[in-house]
Design a protein around this ligand. Structure first.
Ligand code: PBG
Length: 337
């Protein structure tokens, strides 16, 4: 019999990777990345009315909240130390039209929520989206003329909507509709309205993804959407194009960048962080959340560990933070440690 111990020694020499892994204390000592509550942005869904928290079938543990309930959620988030919320409205079908005109109502659902949250919980950040999909009767992010989502007209409208959102108290505008030139137009409009302090988190690289399914149920756009969003979102096959798209947003004045969806696009997170060095965020989208919840509910994976592992993976990929529906759950868990 050959001496196997001797053989391994000959191969490894003095190099033994496992020395640093041998105990909990060594592992903690050499750990490169860490997830903290400061990394979390909590996306929440809004509905009209009061006193209601309505479950979303495709997103176990996530609710559509009336403004008063959203204020309660904001207080809870602030108590947990979560830095910011991102709000998404599910408005009445009667208010949705071809151009998403409700986005220009100063007292629409998203603006009422921002005002109420900032009044009750001034120290939590409020991030709002200006995409038109919650407001259009066709579920597209922009204005539909014939068969086309028209770019420049949409940009004008979202820039104005951004000003109203800032007026209502939004701290950061996060435009997700992927129209060309939107970042510069929003920056101009905000500055002209005296909102120099309001930031822009660009959904710089938003991919045409199937992972958004549960979100479309959450804001009731799933049944409305005619066709797909391939003429404005990025093809999942394209990484270099995503970097070019982000470069334009950086030039136009984005303060922060976002990659969406998250986990299937970690390479993009890394490339953007390396290329621009801006604060970079990943959006762990609804489908990513629901897959974990569904597998955990079936006993196929340890949901808590998978949740933490995915969030840590974003940090390793260079992200400064993560938009995640897990935010309150993970914040509670981190507080216990
Ligand atoms: C659209 C928008 C989407 C999401 C947020 N805003 C994608 C879409 O419906 O096409 C997805 C968020 C998620 O899946 O969690 N502007």
């Amino acid at each position: 019999m050959e001496d196997k111990t001797h053989l391994v020694d000959e191969i490894t020499g003095h190099r033994r990777m496992r020395r640093n892994r041998k105990a909990d204390w060594t592992r903690r000592l050499v750990q490169e990345n860490r997830l903290t509550v400061d990394d979390l942005i909590w996306p929440i869904f809004l509905i009209p009315g009061s006193g209601i928290a309505e479950p979303i079938r495709a997103m176990p543990g996530v609710f559509r909240l009336t403004v008063d309930k959203a204020v309660e959620a904001a207080k809870e988030a602030a108590d947990l130390g979560i830095p910011a919320l991102a709000t998404f409205p599910n408005i009445e079908m009667e208010l949705r039209d071809e151009t998403g005109s409700n986005s220009l109502e100063k007292n629409n659902l998203i603006n009422l929520a921002s005002a109420a949250i900032k009044k009750a919980v001034p120290n939590i950040g409020v991030i709002t989206d200006v995409a038109l999909d919650p407001f259009t009767s066709h579920g597209h992010d922009g204005i539909l003329r014939g068969n086309e989502i028209v770019n420049d007209e949409t940009v004008e409208q979202v820039a104005l909507a951004a000003v109203y959102q800032a007026d209502a108290g939004a701290d950061i505008i996060a435009p997700s509709e992927m129209m060309d030139g939107r970042i510069g137009a929003i920056r101009h409009a905000l500055d002209a309205a005296g909102h120099q302090g309001v930031g822009i988190m660009s959904y710089a690289t938003k991919f045409s993804s199937a992972f958004y399914g549960p979100y479309r149920e959450a804001i009731s756009t799933g049944g409305l959407l005619k066709g797909d969003k391939k003429t404005y979102y990025i093809d999942p096959a394209n990484g270099t194009e995503a970097v070019r798209d982000a470069a334009l947003d950086v030039e136009e004045g984005a303060d922060m960048l976002m990659v969406k969806p998250g986990l299937p696009y970690l390479d993009i997170c890394w490339r953007l962080k390396e290329a621009f060095g801006l604060p970079t965020f990943a959006y762990q989208v609804s489908g990513e959340y629901s897959m974990i919840k569904a597998a955990a509910a079936n006993g196929w994976i340890d949901g808590e560990r998978v949740m933490l592992e995915t969030l840590l993976a974003f940090k390793r990929a260079g992200c400064d933070g993560i938009l995640t529906y897990f935010a309150p759950e993970v914040a509670r868990l981190l507080a216990k440690r």
